[in-house]
Design a protein around this ligand. Structure first.
Ligand SMILES: Cc1cc2nc3c(=O)[nH]c(=O)nc-3n(C[C@H](O)[C@H](O)[C@H](O)COP(=O)(O)OP(=O)(O)OC[C@H]3O[C@@H](n4cnc5c(N)ncnc54)[C@H](O)[C@@H]3O)c2cc1C
Ligand code: FES
Length: 370
């Protein structure tokens, strides 16, 4: 079989029909290759799986109800699916290399969606991931928060309750549809608080041409059944009582909307300033609700900002890029913690401003929505 694969690859490169032959190669591999039974040892004998080889480790584990974070849905770009493979992983592939540090490579850390199960493996899986479950739920409500942001409320069917920390995310399955040949999973932060355990809410922004968001915006309807797994992630409130700076853009609002209500419910009075950035006025949402909480909670300040000139002249928001607004409001912040959510560009720019204000890396927490 290895010979067939090599010949196909060489022919593809030579003839310039790489895409076609790559597809043939995949098909050939699926049809012809049977890696047979493989044993996966988990956490040095704690658990063992007998599986049929041939699929990526990430998928193989998922089929055994072991859910590894995989925000990009197995495309080898997010690096969320890292696992230590102690034996049998073979050589690190070129797709994995840029996603791993030299120390991780030395420690046998691998990108589990890029490692095919071909033989027996020994892997280490963090204990908290065994708490992640797959859920079946029903879309109870879809609300337009803006022209390109929707809030989804999913009531849980099976299991019918979920436990999570505010700030954590789920992975929602977009089923196959015309233009999307197979189901994919995408990460969405839960915007509802943990005190609402029979449902999850998410705030989803449309990415034009995006597989999952196109499905959410054009196909998903109230009453539909959906599948998701969770909870995932270590973006949540620390246990300290340090002052907090929150910075979000667009649907990056989601985890903060959960955290804020959690803090109110648990009477956690950490001083907190929340900067929320958008471009134009129609991009702002939940303003009334957040201002209402600002009036109720003396430890909480909400500062919405728009980067477009002349749209905040009535004093409802501030004008400027969110980084400029943060720069204007925050002095020495070496005692503070920072929490950021939104696009990678916004987060990278905001982190630079925060460093200049003295917020150290160990007290900077973020989820990049990419
Ligand atoms: C931990 C985590 C939590 C997240 N939470 C949320 C959330 O609460 N709400 C939310 O709306 N999104 C969230 N995201 C982003 C979300 O997981 C998807 O990446 C996003 O919805 C796009 O999915 P898609 O299938 O529609 O697009 P894809 O089919 O994956 O992408 C289509 C194209 O758009 C590009 N693209 C992908 N994402 C973006 C983006 N955000 N902006 C611009 N271009 C993009 C891709 O590079 C690709 O070229 C989160 C991501 C992570 C990692
Ligand atoms: S799932 Fe994103 S890199 Fe593996």
């Amino acid at each position: 079989m290895d010979v067939i694969i090599t010949v196909l690859l060489a022919t593809a490169a030579a003839s310039g029909l790489t895409a076609v032959l790559a597809a043939l190669l995949l098909l050939a591999e699926r049809v012809l290759v049977n890696y047979g039974p493989c044993a996966i040892d988990i956490n040095s004998g704690e658990r063992g799986l007998d599986v049929i080889g041939g699929k990526p480790l990430l998928t193989t584990l998922m089929e055994e109800d072991i859910f590894i974070p995989s925000a990009c849905g197995g495309r080898g770009t997010c690096a969320y699916c890292k696992l230590q493979i102690l034996e049998g992983g073979g050589a690190v592939t070129p797709t994995e290399e840029p996603l791993l540090t030299p120390e991780e490579i030395a420690d046998n850390v691998r990108i589990s969606c890029q490692v095919k199960v071909r033989n027996d493996l020994a892997v280490l899986i963090p204990e908290e991931l065994f708490l992640v479950k797959q859920y079946r739920g029903r879309v109870e409500r879809i609300i337009d928060l803006t022209y390109d942001i929707k809030q989804l409320r999913i009531s849980l069917i099976e299991p019918d309750t979920i436990e999570f920390l505010p700030g954590q995310y789920i992975q929602l399955q977009a089923p196959a549809y015309k233009g999307n040949p197979e189901p994919v999973y995408r990460a969405y932060s839960m915007s509802s608080p943990p005190s609402d355990p029979n449902a999850v809410e998410t705030i989803i922004r449309l990415v034009p041409g995006g597989i999952c968001t196109t499905w959410v915006f054009t196909k998903l309807a109230e009453g539909d059944e959906v599948i998701f797994s969770g909870p995932y992630g270590d973006f949540h409130l620390s246990e300290s009582d340090a002052e907090m700076i929150w910075i979000a853009g667009g649907s990056g609002m989601a985890p903060f909307w959960s955290m804020l209500r959690y803090m109110k419910e648990h009477d956690i009075r950490r001083k907190c300033t929340y900067f929320f950035g958008a471009v134009h006025r129609p991009d702002l949402f939940l303003l009334d609700e957040l201002h209402q909480l600002e009036a109720e909670l003396d430890w909480f300040t909400f500062i919405p900002a728009l980067s477009a000139e002349g749209e905040c002249d009535d004093g409802v928001c501030e004008t400027g890029l969110i980084t400029e607004v943060v720069d204007r409001h925050i002095g020495d912040a070496s005692h503070a913690e920072a929490y950021l959510c939104g696009s990678p560009g916004m987060i990278d720019a905001a982190v630079k401003v925060l460093r200049a204000k003295g917020v150290v890396e160990e007290r900077t927490y973020y989820d990049k929505f990419a």
